[in-house]
Write a protein of this length. Structure first.
Length: 223
């Protein structure tokens, strides 16, 4: 049976490790940030402590057995609803998968702390931070050409031609996956959103062509 000091130590350690991961998500201004990751990690530790040590008083009864893995297994599957809440589908682009995965991972860290596997918990936290903070720049450099770019134009509704915009895109060697036209803030203005693939090295030539089109007032790039 754990002492009160041991229980408090495990909860504090779980909250601390969760906060380290949450700080990275908070830095990027995701909904699931510091407090969410702390609560998930500490909550998983609580479930593990309860599962492993919360029923020791009834183990002496005949035909009573204990399976500490049952509650832990429910945490693994149950954390999915929180992860799903961080995933957003916006204009055919999925956002938040990494944050959902980090929540799932810190739940595992919490289970490790709750079970007393401190080396595993500390090592897992270090690896999670490396994946989130160190691997991202490498991933961006290696695969940025494959990412979708979103170009937004503010155009004069009377002067600018969508055919001219499409022609400029094709002349640059790109293909528009989607073109979305919405009314702008001004009565004579439209907002045109263009989704492009494999456009990383061609954005400046494209912007140069677009700015020469009559009626194009503003060009912005999400990348």
């Amino acid at each position: 049976m754990l002492t009160h000091e041991q229980i408090i130590l495990r909860l504090l350690l779980a909250a601390f490790l969760g906060s380290l991961v949450g700080l990275d998500r908070e830095r990027l201004d995701w909904v699931a940030g510091l407090r969410t990751h702390m609560l998930v990690c500490m909550g998983a530790a609580i479930f593990m402590i309860v599962s492993a040590f919360g029923f020791t008083d009834i183990l002496g009864y005949q035909n009573v057995t204990l399976d500490p893995s049952r509650i832990a297994a429910q945490v693994v599957s149950g954390i999915g609803f929180l992860g799903a809440g961080t995933i957003i589908l916006r204009q055919q682009i999925v956002h938040g998968l990494t944050t959902a995965a980090s929540l799932w991972a810190v739940a595992a860290v919490g289970l490790s702390v709750g079970g007393g596997l401190y080396v595993m918990a500390l090592s897992a936290t270090a690896l999670i931070l490396i994946i989130l903070a160190v691997i991202k720049p490498v991933e961006k450099r290696l695969f940025n050409n494959r990412r979708q770019r979103i170009v937004t134009l503010l155009i004069d509704r009377q002067e600018a031609s969508l055919l001219a915009i499409e022609a400029a895109i094709e002349e640059t060697g790109l293909h528009a996956q989607q073109i979305l036209v919405q009314r702008g803030d001004k009565s004579d203005e439209d907002r045109v959103q263009i989704n492009l693939n494999h456009a990383q090295n061609k954005m400046l030539p494209l912007a140069e062509k677009l700015r020469r089109i009559n009626g194009v007032r503003e060009i912005s790039d999400s990348g």
